[in-house]
Design a binder for this molecule. Structure first.
Ligand code: PLP
Length: 373
């Protein structure tokens, strides 16, 4: 089945009680059991699992092509729960350019939890190979990366990880399963902030892990979620599931708009660089063309001058909103060095754009008036 069809029909059977086409939200925190806690209906307590969350997990695993999925309260909830299933003294490799709070986690918390951490430029396969140690347990890839849009070769990263029996996790938040299929390229785990494109309307927070195999790792992660508590609520599960139904058609438009914006900005005098993997000028374009079917709705630019010029451009846009987050229907712009402060590694003249579903001509006109003022 093609992904547009799958997005509509995955875990979409009508409610057996009523025939409701839109699934019910089960808000109940607890489910009747027998006098000696015998499970009667497949459910016990909301932190373990609930029917609305089950539907979302089934849909996500079908969309990513995995055997199982687990949903969390946020992308960070998914990330930290995954990291906390590793044994102490594990070695984990992270990319230089990575979601800011994943960096904060590995800088501030992982050393306390007795993990060893290496940070490498994952655009360079040799750097990944070189960083592998006998006790490497997890290689963390984010491609395209936030916010510099760097591309990592997933097949190469998987080969490096598997050479010592480590897992490869790919943060697929930017590309989504519509444009990039990490499990088919060798990844063991896919991570999403479902707050972004999966939800798609800037009104729900969530995260997920999709696993290639439903084996001991799934059981470990399920157990860790119950204990650590970062579970996706029934209502948030319902909103993310609703968002998934339109994910493929939204992503096509996001990508077409982002490419049009990227091309227009590349010819603008006030722009030093445009980072969009769909542009032939992007250093990761060849690999991206190989492992992605399209390039997504995110891009970043370096404004000529410095911090002051970049912030001035962000101040002059009228249609783009200055706000953090991404993947919603509306276009957003953000000066990442300010947003990530004080942990930022982003260039001071970098602006990140989440290109929405407006008409691209209006978006380009807005950006050009802000850049050329
Ligand atoms: C937003 C984001 C996260 C974190 O997700 P939350 O839902 O905000 O916790 C992780 N990775 C990427 C690439 C993100 O954009």
């Amino acid at each position: 089945m093609k992904i547009e069809t799958l997005a509509i029909h995955a875990a979409a059977d009508p409610d057996p009680e009523t025939g409701a086409i839109s699934p019910p939200i089960y808000l109940s925190t607890t489910f009747e059991h027998g006098p000696a806690s015998e499970e009667l209906h497949g459910y016990t307590y909301v932190r373990d699992k609930n029917p609305t969350q089950d539907r979302l997990e089934e849909a996500l695993s079908l969309l990513e092509g995995g055997e199982g999925a687990l949903v969390y309260s946020s992308g960070m909830g998914a990330a930290i729960t995954l990291l906390l299933t590793l044994d102490p003294d594990s070695h984990v490799i992270f990319p230089e350019d990575v979601y800011a709070h994943v960096r904060v986690a590995h800088e501030q918390y992982l050393p306390k939890w007795n993990f060893q951490v290496s940070v490498v430029d994952m655009q360079d396969q040799k750097a990944i190979d070189h960083a592998i140690r006998p006790n490497t347990k997890l290689v963390w890839v984010e491609t395209p990366s936030n916010p510099r849009m760097q591309i990592t070769d997933i097949v190469g990263a998987a080969r490096a990880a598997h050479s010592v029996g480590a897992f490869l996790v790919v943060d697929n938040t930017f590309a989504t399963p519509v444009f990039q299929r990490p499990l088919e390229l060798g990844a063991d785990i896919v991570l999403h902030s479902t707050t972004k494109y999966c939800g798609g309307h800037s009104d729900v927070q969530g995260g997920c892990l999709v696993l290639r195999k439903r084996d001991q790792l799934y059981d470990k992660l399920f157990h860790a979620r119950v204990v650590l508590g970062a579970v996706c609520s029934p209502f948030n599960s319902w909103l993310v599931l609703r968002g998934l139904r339109t994910l493929p058609c939204r992503m096509e438009k996001h990508a077409a708009n982002a490419l049009a914006v990227a091309k227009a900005l590349e010819t603008c005098e006030s722009v030093e660089r445009v980072f969009y993997p769909g542009l032939p000028s992007h250093p990761g374009h060849a690999i991206a063309s190989n492992q992605m079917s399209n390039f997504g709705g995110m891009l970043s630019i370096l404004v000529k001058g410095g911090r002051e010029q970049a912030v001035a451009v962000a101040a002059r846009v009228k249609l783009f909103r200055n706000a953090t987050s991404l993947g919603g229907v509306e276009s957003l712009i953000e000066h990442r060095a300010s947003a990530e402060h004080p942990h930022s590694k982003s260039p001071e003249n970098l602006l990140r754009l989440s290109v929405g579903l407006e008409n691209p001509d209006d978006l380009i006109a807005d950006l050009l008036q802000a850049l050329n003022a």
